[in-house]
Design a protein around this ligand. Structure first.
Ligand code: ZN
Ligand code: ZN
Length: 276
């Protein structure tokens, strides 16, 4: 069973392993740098080897990153486009150095562009970044979004439209339960999550699903609000989490809920209870 949380890298990436150990998890997500700043960071060979050795020693199966929120692969503004390409290329390079499998990426925001045009631009950016890092096997997992504002990726069809224009097996996907619900997919019941994932399978394919983000939602169905709530405490409820835990043991599932107090422990315990 691959289950974990988003771990903090405060004080260094290596510290994420202490948190993972404490929580008893075998997979986790990290930011590889401060995600709210453009400033790039490199992971040198020594740090990379240290991380990879620790992963092996601690028997952590899969580690992946979440790319910076500043990146907008749809941007046509030259400066933002270039910064975004550089940041995503840097992200993949850091993942490569640290032995991470993939980075989760929000597709981007159309702003004042027509969505179709914006998705073309995303694909163009992704093609460029994959080419910049063609010696790497690190993948990009496009994440479905809540669809707040002009963000792309609110529907499975949009993710597919982007991926079709990239046509590279280094493009995979991440399914976020909060985002799907908030974007309008009613996953509150067992049949609801089943139908939604069937739809995903038809449009994108479950074989390209690299990760789940397991988050309940503060926002209502179709609200397009991206605010995560503790498992079973939001508008979604337990049903889809139980379903995913029971049907997808081998896909990494991480929680991205507020870390205050011992909520990570509580959320993990609740999720684990669904398979006992
Ligand atoms: Zn997410
Ligand atoms: Zn979110």
């Amino acid at each position: 069973m691959l289950l974990g949380v988003h771990c903090s890298i405060s004080g260094g990436i290596i510290n994420a392993f202490d948190e993972a150990q404490k929580l008893g998890i075998n997979t986790f997500q990290i930011f590889t740098k401060n995600q709210r700043q453009w400033r790039e960071k490199e992971i040198d060979d020594e740090e990379g080897q240290q991380i990879q050795a620790r992963q092996k020693e601690q028997k952590v199966k899969i580690i992946f990153s979440h790319s910076s929120y500043l990146i907008n692969s749809a941007a046509r503004d030259k400066a933002l486009h270039e910064k975004s390409l550089k940041a995503l290329t840097g992200e993949l390079q850091r993942c490569d150095q640290a032995g991470l499998a993939f980075t989760v990426l929000h597709p981007g925001a159309a702003k004042d562009q027509d969505p179709e045009k914006a998705m073309e631009q995303v694909a163009k950016s992704l093609n460029q970044v994959l080419q910049n890092t063609s010696d790497s096997e690190v993948k990009i997992a496009l994440e479905n979004t809540a669809g707040q504002g002009t963000t792309l990726g609110r529907s499975f069809e949009e993710l597919k439209t982007i991926a079709d224009q990239v046509d590279n097996d280094r493009i995979v996907f991440c399914f976020d339960t909060c985002h799907a619900f908030s974007a309008g997919y009613d996953i509150r019941s067992k049949s609801g999550i089943q139908e939604t994932l069937d739809q995903w399978d038809e449009v994108i394919g479950l074989d390209r699903l690299a990760a789940f983000h397991l988050n309940d939602s503060k926002g209502e169905l179709g609200s397009h609000i991206d605010r995560h709530e503790h498992i079973g405490h939001g508008e979604i409820g337990d049903a889809p989490f139980e379903y995913i835990m029971q049907h997808f043991p081998d896909i990494p599932k991480v929680i991205e809920t507020p870390k205050k107090d011992d909520w990570d422990e509580k959320n993990l315990e609740r999720l684990r209870s669904f398979i006992n």
